[in-house]
Design a protein around this ligand. Structure first.
Ligand code: HEM
Length: 253
């Protein structure tokens, strides 16, 4: 049955609360009609648009930076290209794809949004981990900078979230093994948030390196760090809400 399965909603599941997506595999519809809910929906859609613009600018600038000397590119630019495409283009879209306010996925059914999520997640994690290993192989001394240490955290949590995501995907089947499906989803969300946040901090430490500052100027570097911090905060809002709602459901059921 998986990965096309949809699971029964738990009490207060944000996927249901926010978008009214039901088990009948219908495209999501906003249940809320009140003026306050309308304003909140517009606010969240606007945040989503801002996040997309900031992601586009960040990824675009990083690609320009890595290609500044033309092709072929060395180990460090290759490392940056793969990490930025993996973590900050594909993985951001993977996380946003589950948000009911996300522009390109909001009209998809729950089944299709989940499919988009795991495909983007696998592609993004693979590119990001490949980018990290390129630089690890290029270095002789490891984890001696804050950039490297946060990268290690992001690699560990991203790998665990990837494996754990499979458990979430097959959550219904794991019921037979007496493993709580909500517990596997909770841990997946938690590892995902930590892995992605660590990747954003890693990128900020990367931007702070002299090689980028010299190319981009101090002011532009500061602007880029603010961009990354802003879209990271916007992206983790929905998983945070899901985490607390699912966590509450776990303890009240
Ligand atoms: C999400 C983005 C990034 C990730 C996940 C990442 C990850 C990593 C990893 C795993 C290492 C090896 C650490 C070690 O073995 O000690 C590393 C090193 C390095 N990275 Fe990145 N990186 C990212 C972005 C960047 C950016 C944007 C730059 C520069 C503009 C950069 C420049 C470097 C340099 C110069 C090193 C070698 C020195 C050091 O370890 O700090 N990286 N990175």
């Amino acid at each position: 049955m998986p990965p096309n399965a949809t699971d029964p909603p738990i009490d207060g599941d944000p996927e249901i609360v926010y978008n009214g997506a039901d088990k009948s595999n219908q495209a999501p519809q906003f249940l809320s009609t009140s003026k306050d809910d309308y304003k909140l929906n517009i606010f969240q859609s606007s945040l989503n648009q801002i996040a997309h613009i900031l992601i586009g600018m960040t990824v675009g600038v990083m690609l320009l930076f890595t290609m500044r000397n033309g092709l072929p590119i060395g180990a460090t630019p290759r490392h940056i290209t793969l990490c930025v495409l993996g973590y900050h283009l594909l993985m951001t879209q993977a996380i946003l794809s589950l948000s009911p306010h996300n522009s390109w996925s909001s009209r998809l059914t729950l089944v299709h949004r989940r499919r988009a999520h795991w495909i983007l997640q696998i592609l993004g994690s693979s590119l990001a981990l490949a980018g990290c290993f390129i630089k690890i192989l290029d270095k002789t001394v490891h984890w001696n900078t804050m950039h490297g240490q946060f990268a290690l955290v992001s690699m560990v949590f991203t790998s665990v979230a990837l494996v754990n995501g499979l458990a979430s995907l097959y959550a219904n089947e794991l019921r037979g093994l007496r493993l709580s499906p909500n517990l596997s989803k909770l841990t997946h969300i938690c590892f995902g948030i930590v892995g992605f946040s660590a990747a954003s901090i890693t990128l900020c430490y990367g931007l702070d390196k002299n090689m980028f500052r010299t190319w981009a100027s101090d002011d532009f570097t500061t602007a880029m760090i603010v961009f990354v911090a802003t879209y990271t905060a916007i992206i983790v809002i929905n998983p945070f809400i899901s985490f607390f709602k699912k966590g509450r459901g776990l303890f009240t059921n």
